[in-house]
Design a protein around this ligand. Sequence first.
Ligand SMILES: [Zn+2]
Length: 323
Amino acid sequence: MRKTAVAWLVAAGCAAVNVAHPASSATVKVTPLGGHEGEFCPQDRALIFEDPNGTRVLYDVGRTVAGPNDPRLGKIDVILVSHMHGDHLGNAHNKAPNSGSCEKPDTSVSAIPNSSTVNIALAKKAKIVTGSEMPPFFANKLKANGGNPADSILARFGGSVTIGGVRIATVTAMHSNGLDPAYIGGELGKAMAEAGIAGDVGLATGYVLRFSNGLVAYLSGDTGITADQERVVRGHYAAKLTVMNIGDGFTTGPLEAAYVINELVRPNAVIASHANEVATKGGKVLPGTKTEAFMKATKVPVHVPLSGRTMEFDENGKCVAGC
Ligand SMILES: [Zn+2]
C-alpha cells in the first residue's frame, strides 16, 4: 500500500513536469540582419524572430536590410515598427547585404516616400503590426502602392493581436515619434519641412511577443527608463528575454539599460541592440565600447547580435544554440 502511494507520487511528479514544459525542445530562432556579416555595427536594428511553428516576424527593418530583394529575408509574415524614425522605419538602405563597411554603412538607396518597411511588406505580403496612431499611415501607403490596407494592423497599449500563433502587444517607450515630412510630400510636406516640424502619429512603442513555445520577449524600441518596464513588462507579461537598446544620446545608454535589465524587467537573458558604434571585430566585442560596458554592468547573459548568426532561445529565454 505504502509502496503504491510512493509510486503514484513519483508518477504524478513526472506528469507535472511534462505539463509545465510541453514544448521544451521547441526554440525561437533570432537572426540579426545587420550591416556586416558576423559583426555588430552602428546601424544594426533588424532582427528576425522565427516561431517554432515557422511564423517569421521582422522587427525594425532599419537601414541594413537591402530592400525587399535581400535574400536573407526569406518568408516574412509580420513586420513590427517600434517608431517612425528613419533608422527604424527605413528611410534608406544598403545596395546589397554587406555593402559598405561596418564603420561606414552603405545607405545609398533612398526608400522615400514609401519606406523600406512598406516596400518589404508589399513584396512579402506581410502584415505590419504597430501601436499608437501609426496603422493609418501604413494602411494608406500600402493602398497607394497597390497593397491591401487591411494588412496594417493595430495593437494599441493594453491590447494584443495574434498572428500565426505569435501574440503581439505594444508597451510604452519613452521616446519621440515624429514622421519626417518627406513621407508626406506635396505642399504640406514642403511647408512642414521648412518649419522644422514632423507629422504626429502618436507615441513611440516597444513590443512584447509571446511565442508558441511559451517564450515571452520584450523588444524595448528606443526608450528611456520607464516605470512600465517593471510594472507592465515584468509584472504583467513576465518577459524572459529582452532586446535592449543601449546606444545613449537617443535612448538609454549602457548603464541605464543595465539598470532596466537588472532591476526592472529582470529577464533571464538580453540581446543588446542599437549600440550606434562598431561594437565588434571578428565577432569579438571591442574594449571600451558601449556594448562592453553594458555586458559588464548586466547581471544576466548578454548576447551580441552578430549579423547572420542565428541564436535559439527556449521558453525561459535561455540561449540553447548559436550564442
Ligand atoms: Zn528613434
